[in-house]
Design a protein. Structure first.
Length: 342
């Protein structure tokens, strides 16, 4: 069976700024990236498409975000069977009380919103464990329920789809979470697919392969590392097909190259350290670059003479300065100085 794996779409996420049409550039980049993922999945013709949570950026998304998701999901439903779970950003106590979610509206083949669910395809047991917010003891029982379900299963392979952090990942990164999968739980499966970790990540624990596909847009990355994963359940071999999305580009510029760098700005997130005179920056090029990229920040470094001026000002005695420039007021200031000292 061929699996297509995506996660952490965060559909509707707004960051940085809006364009001239009052449309958030980062949000638009997310919609474009979603369509790119769908196009790649369509070309690869998987048997099952898995979405490991955080479909939306907020539990009550905007009408635009919902529309974009439903349109995208309709395309995915036409390609292959789908399995979707809710992540922490999708969770809402109000929605849980009302037994509803936007995910359910999209008519996926399988979904899990507020409890563990399972299904079988080609004698492979898929257990879907969505993210929940609850008391520590209840989460502990929740994780145990998942482990027991896998332990009692007799299928040829067992696959977990969840949204959290494994104990192994926690020990490496020191990033913890209430949904913390123990090594014992992980060991019950042949494959563990994890959302929530925005960085693409994989490792082997005994017979178990653990995979995090990463997020739709990795805005904290310095290189392109986004895109869907495709895995063969017979061989457990997998590949990631990259998708170009905005990432951080750090540059150091001087007066010699700042304007040339601005000419070459692309649709990314720019942090520029500039050592030079602000007046040397071409304003038209700066505006053009700002309109072209997702975000642009130029940090102007302080010059040596400015530092010296700052030191000089910081050591200035205000009373001596008044005496020198306004001698008629010197006596008033000296009296005020004595009062303050007392």
């Amino acid at each position: 069976m061929k699996l297509a794996i995506i996660s952490d779409l965060h559909i509707g996420r707004k960051m940085y700024r809006t364009d001239e049409n009052s449309y958030n550039k980062y949000e638009k980049a997310g919609y474009d990236a979603l369509q790119q993922n769908i196009d790649i999945i369509k070309e690869q013709k998987p048997d099952l498409i898995i979405n490991a949570g955080d479909v939306f950026d907020v539990a009550d998304p905007s009408a635009v975000a919902i529309t974009k998701f439903l349109q995208g999901q309709a395309q995915l439903n036409a390609i292959a069977k789908n399995a979707i779970i809710l992540g922490n950003h999708d969770f809402s106590f109000n929605n849980k009380r009302n037994h509803c979610s936007v995910i359910e509206m999209s008519n996926p083949t399988y979904y899990a919103d507020y409890d563990i669910k399972s299904f079988v395809e080609e004698d492979i047991l898929f257990i879907m464990m969505p993210y929940i917010y609850d008391k520590a003891d209840n989460i502990k029982q929740y994780l145990k329920k998942c482990q027991d379900m896998a332990k009692n299963a007799t299928n040829k392979k067992k696959i977990l789809i969840t949204h959290g952090v494994t104990d192994h990942y926690f020990k490496e990164s020191l990033i913890s979470d209430p949904i913390l999968l123990s090594d014992e739980l992980v060991a019950e499966f042949d494959l563990v697919i994890i959302g929530h970790i925005h960085t693409p990540y994989n490792y082997k624990q005994g017979k178990t392969l653990v995979i995090s596909p990463g997020s739709l847009i990795d805005y904290q990355a310095y290189t392109d590392r986004t895109g869907p994963i495709f895995l063969d359940t017979d061989t457990m071999e997998f590949k990631k097909i990259p998708v170009k999305t905005p990432h951080i580009i750090k540059l150091k510029c001087t007066e010699k190259d700042i304007n040339e760098k601005l000419k070459n700005v692309t649709f990314d997130i720019y942090h520029i350290s500039y050592d030079g005179d602000v007046n040397a920056i071409d304003n038209d090029l700066f505006i053009e670059a700002k309109n072209k990229c997702v975000n642009l920040v130029i940090d102007v470094l302080r010059h040596e003479e400015e530092e010296q001026k700052k030191v000089k000002l910081s050591t200035l005695n205000i009373y001596d300065w008044v005496k020198e420039h306004y001698p008629n007021y010197a006596e008033v200031f000296n009296n005020a100085k004595e009062v303050l000292i007392e």
